[in-house]
Design a protein around this ligand. Structure first.
Ligand code: C2E
Ligand code: CA
Ligand code: CA
Length: 572
């Protein structure tokens, strides 16, 4: 009897323990935000636990009811999901997958674990169902960000490079061509500055959407940066030739893009084309080559398309070589100044000298400023070079004035980049003070290119210089906008008539009329005129007869090294 009591107490105790455990497991299941299906093969018993009713509105009474889950899911994944849910059939232990609900955008993950006995027969299994919609959306978003550009929805640069690499590998096997086009909107800055950045973004988006229409298995497009796109065409001899695409772009850009608030804007684009395998063999090199030709299109007047070729590559490499040499020369001040005299037309007395830079590179070659100044302007070297020129010229002038006591004018060429710097006037004044020259003994030669910047700013700087007494000469007149109407707004002292006019002034009637009108007009404005590039006596006589104030040119004096200029000054 005692024994029976003892057994009963033991059973009670065990039951209590089991009840506690069951409670604990239930709490864990309820807390887990998942739904569970437990199935015992031995007892053919199925139980659902956790948040089952948050997931499904049917009950599972029998193992076969698990099929009901399949009916709820997207058909495309039902085969694989069946394998996961009835995992015991494959004899494996654990398997998982994620699938989408048939209706709505809800994602579930299913994970099944099966336990086997020593003989390999399944004992029981657990299916865990979780709602993974949030994680799936986050993953998709990250994936999107990794591949696409947020403004245009086109591929981003990095992913495009990967895809272009794929095109190239394919083309290597099939011996096909891959064209890469870099497409850049002309004068985009004007749209951005004039209409605002939001409208600028809209334009980028609108043009991007237009380009997207070309995309296919063989055509990929990306938003490279700001207003630049890149397109790659696999086998451009097929349906999508570069010419066809170019024509379509031209046709589209004939019409304006309509942006928010009904604003309309028309654009033109520059396109640089580089082709595999001719131009380059890697994705990055191809994009680079296409970019180089695109910039060339820009510099040659915009709204055009050009192919990359060996000549362009040579030009580019020469420029790079020169850029590097130039940077070195800035450090070593490997430059020299020459001085070309300017004379009064009437009595041929010395009026001044124009300071002209010379560069002899390490190999001893003389490089023309016409070649290296534009490069220095592009890479910023012009700023230290320009300061050096100002310092050298004023120092040299002070030395000559003190030695020969002949005051004249030192005329210094100033680049637009240099002129438009905030510290330009201050730097110039400091040098003038340092060498104790009079401001009116110094003249700066600027070209119309300075006027591209904010016109009012340019004018106020000119007024400041005028107040101080520094003279200003407008160089190369006749080669830029040459609008006579703005001349009266410019507080300048001297106007230099470009050599191209002087070259044909004796032979071309129209040039003669223009030259005479320029001289008469500047005289009326109280501005001096100087003719540059005068090489012949007849040119000199003619210019004298029409009242040109001053003459500069090989006829009366070539640019001279300082020691030659010394001789000239001694003879005066
Ligand atoms: P520029 O300012 O128009 O200078 C006149 C150019 O014409 C000089 O060439 C001069 O040597 C040349 N020249 C003068 N008279 C004659 C002539 O009768 N016949 C011919 N065929 N040429 C003549 P250079 O020295 O080669 O300078 C070329 C350009 O380089 C200059 O044109 C100027 O734009 C730029 N440059 C020269 N020195 C400097 C400088 O120190 N700073 C800046 N920013 N630019 C400079
Ligand atoms: Ca000049
Ligand atoms: Ca000139």
């Amino acid at each position: 009897m005692n024994e029976l009591h003892y057994q009963l107490d033991l059973l009670k105790a065990m039951n209590q323990k089991l009840a506690v455990k069951e409670k604990m497991y239930k709490m864990i299941c309820d807390d887990a935000n998942s739904a569970f299906i437990y199935y015992s093969f031995e007892k053919n018993e199925v139980v659902t636990m956790g948040h089952w009713h948050d997931f499904f509105d049917f009950e599972i009474q029998d193992i076969k009811d698990i099929n009901l889950i399949l009916d709820e899911m997207d058909e495309s994944s039902s085969m694989s999901l069946r394998d996961v849910l009835f995992l015991e059939k494959s004899g494996h232990g654990i398997s998982a997958m994620e699938c989408k609900q048939k209706s709505g955008n809800v994602w579930y993950s299913f994970r099944t674990t099966v336990n086997y006995d020593n003989l390999g027969a399944p004992v029981d299994k657990l299916i865990v169902v979780e709602n993974t919609t949030v994680q799936k959306n986050q993953r998709d978003e990250l994936l999107y960000m990794a591949h696409f550009d947020s403004i245009t929805g086109l591929f981003n640069r990095n992913y495009f490079v990967v895809l272009l690499g794929g095109f190239l590998r394919r083309a290597e096997v099939t011996h096909n061509v891959v064209s890469t086009l870099v497409i850049d909107i002309d004068d985009f800055k004007k749209v951005n500055d004039g209409m605002g950045m939001v409208v600028g973004d809209e334009l980028i988006q609108a043009f991007g959407s237009f380009l997207k229409e070309f995309s296919s298995g063989d055509v990929i497009i990306c938003h490279l940066s700001n207003d630049v796109y890149c397109m790659a065409i696999y086998d451009p001899s097929g349906d999508h030739t570069v010419e066809k695409i170019h024509k379509a772009i031209e046709k589209r850009t004939e019409e304006p893009f309509v942006l928010s608030g009904g604003q309309q804007t028309k654009i033109t684009v520059c396109i640089g084309v580089a082709e595999y395998p001719e131009a380059a063999t890697t994705a990055l090199e191809l994009i680079n080559c296409a970019e180089i030709v695109m910039y060339r299109c820009k510099s040659m007047g915009k709204n055009s398309m050009q192919y990359f070729d060996a000549l362009i590559l040579n030009d580019f490499l020469n420029n790079i070589e020169m850029e590097n040499k130039l940077k070195e020369a800035v450090f070593t001040s490997n430059f020299q100044m020459h001085y070309q005299p300017q004379f009064y037309t009437g009595d041929k007395k010395l009026r001044g000298v124009e300071a002209l830079i010379r560069w002899r590179d390490d190999s001893g070659d003389m490089i023309s400023p016409n070649v290296f100044i534009p490069i220095a302007e592009k890479n910023g070297c012009i700023v230290p070079i320009g300061s050096w020129v100002v310092e050298q010229s004023i120092r040299q002038y002070a030395e000559w004035r003190d030695k020969y006591h002949i005051p004249f004018i030192i005329s210094i060429n100033i680049s637009a980049v240099q002129y438009n710097r905030e510290d330009f006037v201050e730097g110039l004044l400091q040098t003038i003070r340092q060498y104790q020259v009079e401001p009116h003994e110094v003249e700066i030669e600027i070209t119309e290119s300075v006027l591209i910047e904010d016109f009012d700013k340019v004018i106020s700087k000119l007024r400041m210089l005028k107040e101080i007494g520094v003279r200003v000469s407008l160089d190369d007149f006749g080669t830029g906008y040459s609008s006579l109407s703005y001349l009266k707004k410019l507080p300048i002292d001297t106007l230099k008539i470009d050599k191209s006019f002087i070259d044909t002034v004796l032979t071309d009637g129209a040039t003669r009329i223009i030259t005479e009108s320029i001289i008469n007009m500047v005289k009326a404005l109280g501005v001096e005129s100087i003719a540059e590039g005068v090489e012949q006596e007849e040119q000199y006589n003619y210019l004298k007869s029409i009242g040109c104030d001053m003459i500069q040119g090989f006829l009366l004096g070539k640019p001279l090294a300082p020691e030659e200029m010394d001789k000239l000054l001694q003879e005066i």
